[in-house]
Write a protein that binds this ligand. Structure first.
Ligand code: HEC
Length: 252
């Protein structure tokens, strides 16, 4: 038997074993059960190479302008912290429950701008990372990349000051819960500093959990007006008050 022939037969057995393993449920789909190191390495390598190849085509604009960083900080606080946390912020239910785990971005070193842009815009399949490009123009994504370049050195105070002076959740349309005049500092994640404490699992009641998936500004415990509570129990896309939804579509 030729070497090629036996090679092919071996490969055939290998493929059959993998297919059989998949068919019989060898890969645990639960997010509370890490992948085996082989499967993890395979997925990670595929994802990493997939991002790298595509990021090469991204041309990076100049980053670091103060207005850019400010806008990026406001949107980061509103849209990213429940998963990626922020300076001085305790882990959340989402940051702890997702697998693969969202990295604490402001604790990593400054990310490679082209890669970060690509991932923020397109998201990552089969992870919790959404494709923000579906609702945000590139300019605003770059603003967040600019913020991420500077975030690693920031103290909790510096971060909060920056966010409080930003426009909050505002990227020119597509926001599910844009900045409201009546909510100064709503994107500041003030309540986030205390971690999940305010709505911590009172007896597994469903209501306190409903806001876990909402951007931080949606369930502001310390928010100054009742308006900010309107949707406290609702999922982010389900907040009804007419004024708010009209508002949310202003940019279209
Ligand atoms: C629902 C949770 C969730 C939200 C919200 C979220 N992300 Fe992610 N993000 C993830 C997960 C999970 C990963 C890691 C996926 C992996 O390891 O493959 C990730 C990965 C990333 C990465 C790549 C990090 C690396 O490994 O280098 C960047 C950059 C990033 N997110 C930025 C953002 C930004 C900016 C926002 C807000 C606009 C955001 N993410 C919102 C879950 C989230």
């Amino acid at each position: 038997m030729s070497l090629i022939k036996s090679g092919l037969i071996l490969a055939g057995f290998g493929a059959a074993a993998v297919a059989g393993g998949i068919y019989f449920g060898a890969i645990h789909p639960g997010a509370d059960q890490p992948h085996s190191s082989v499967v993890f390495k395979l997925i990670e390598t595929a994802r990493d190479r997939g991002i790298s190849m595509r990021a090469q085509a991204v041309s990076v604009p100049s980053l670091g302008d103060a207005a850019q960083v400010l806008s990026g900080a406001g949107n980061y606080a509103a849209m990213c912290t429940t998963c990626h946390l922020a300076p001085g912020m305790a882990p959340t239910e989402l940051s702890q429950g997702l697998y693969p785990a969202p990295p604490a971005l402001t604790e990593l070193g400054a990310p490679d701008p082209a890669r970060a842009f690509w991932v923020i815009k397109h998201g990552l399949k089969a992870s919790g990372m959404p494709a923000w490009g579906t609702s945000m123009a590139d300019e605003y994504i770059w603003n967040m990349v600019a913020f991420l370049q500077q975030a690693p050195g920031m103290t909790a105070e510096q971060y909060q000051t920056l966010v409080a002076s930003s426009g909050g959740h505002s990227h020119g349309g597509g926001e599910s819960m844009p900045h409201h005049e009546s909510m100064p500092g709503m994107a500041g994640g003030h309540h986030d500093d205390t971690g999940a404490a305010p709505h911590e699992h009172a007896a597994q009641a469903p209501a306190p959990h409903d806001d876990a998936g909402a951007p931080p500004h949606d369930h502001g415990a310390p928010s100054p007006t009742p308006a900010t509570h309107d949707d406290a129990g609702a999922p982010p896309h389900d907040h009804a008050p007419a004024a708010e939804s009209a508002d949310a579509h202003d940019g279209h």
